[in-house]
Design a protein around this ligand. Structure first.
Ligand code: ADP
Ligand code: ADP
Length: 228
């Protein structure tokens, strides 16, 4: 489960073509990293995968099914997204972890927090999982917010993960810590990582370099380094 294929995918905002024919096969459970300069179309590509936008040409399939034929609801349950800047609701930290997962039990929420390595932090808060966070509550650091997003994803347990510059806004030490947690949750899931530095995606099975909406290069990390 979790076989993602892009077949000559094109996308245009108004008249301007941003993605100009992307073909990519992501094997179930593997990790593909998409790198490239700012403006290359990486985020746009990520957004096509969860149908924030629809392709304007070609198609995207998941397990052989064109995602244009899949309901938003089943697409949402199949895909977990960790964005660059997680925005939390002005509610409790427990609510933020459980968001999007109807019927999550306390045990589920605590297990997800442990998996995201934020359980100890939460348990030390005066109100624990009932602590209010967000603008009108406790301010979490960038790394803590990303861990809440990771816990939310673990609770959902999707076969497909999209990490859209999930560590780019963090200082290098926090980035390394979050990176280690992400690599753990990637195991067994098909993962599309959007990144801008090659050094953060050494573990990817496949790297594609996007440039001006086209795949300029593809290979493993070692292969790409050898060609430089
Ligand atoms: P990357 O993630 O590689 O930096 P993006 O996918 O964000 O690239 O952007 C690719 C191109 O699409 C850029 O030229 C950007 O200005 C343009 N773009 C992004 N979002 C929109 C939008 N909502 N409307 C019009 N153009 C956009
Ligand atoms: P839920 O299960 O609550 O629907 P999802 O992870 O499916 O949560 O994300 C819900 C919505 O959040 C997406 O459909 C999209 O509109 C928005 N979203 C999440 N991550 C991003 C992102 N990186 N860029 C733009 N929108 C995003």
């Amino acid at each position: 489960k979790g076989h993602v294929r892009l077949e000559d995918v094109r996308f245009a905002y108004d008249e301007r073509e941003i993605l100009k024919g992307i073909t990519l096969d992501v094997a179930p459970g593997s990790t593909v990293a998409v790198v490239g300069p700012s403006g290359a179309g990486k985020s746009t590509l990520a957004r096509l995968l969860f149908r924030f936008y629809d392709v304007t040409g070609g198609r995207i399939t998941m397990d052989g099914q064109d995602i244009a034929q899949v309901t938003q609801q089943s697409l949402r349950s199949a895909i977990g997204i960790v964005p660059q800047d997680t925005v939390l609701f002005n509610d409790t930290i427990g609510y933020n972890i459980a968001y999007g997962k109807a019927g999550a039990t306390k045990e589920d929420i605590h297990a997800a927090a442990r998996g995201a390595a934020i359980a100890d932090f939460i348990e030390r808060l005066p109100d624990g999982y009932d602590t209010r966070v967000g603008e009108r509550g406790l301010k979490l650091s960038g790394g803590e917010k990303q861990r809440v997003a990771i816990a939310r994803t673990l609770l959902k347990d999707p076969p497909i993960l999209i990490l859209d510059e999930a560590t780019s806004a963090l200082d290098s030490r926090t980035e390394a810590e979050i990176q280690a947690t992400l690599e753990r949750i990637e195991r067994g899931r098909t993962t599309i990582v959007i990144a801008h530095r090659l050094s953060t995606i050494v573990h990817a099975d496949q790297i594609v370099v996007l440039d001006s909406g086209r795949i300029a290069e593809r290979g493993t990390h070692a292969e790409l380094l050898r060609r430089r």
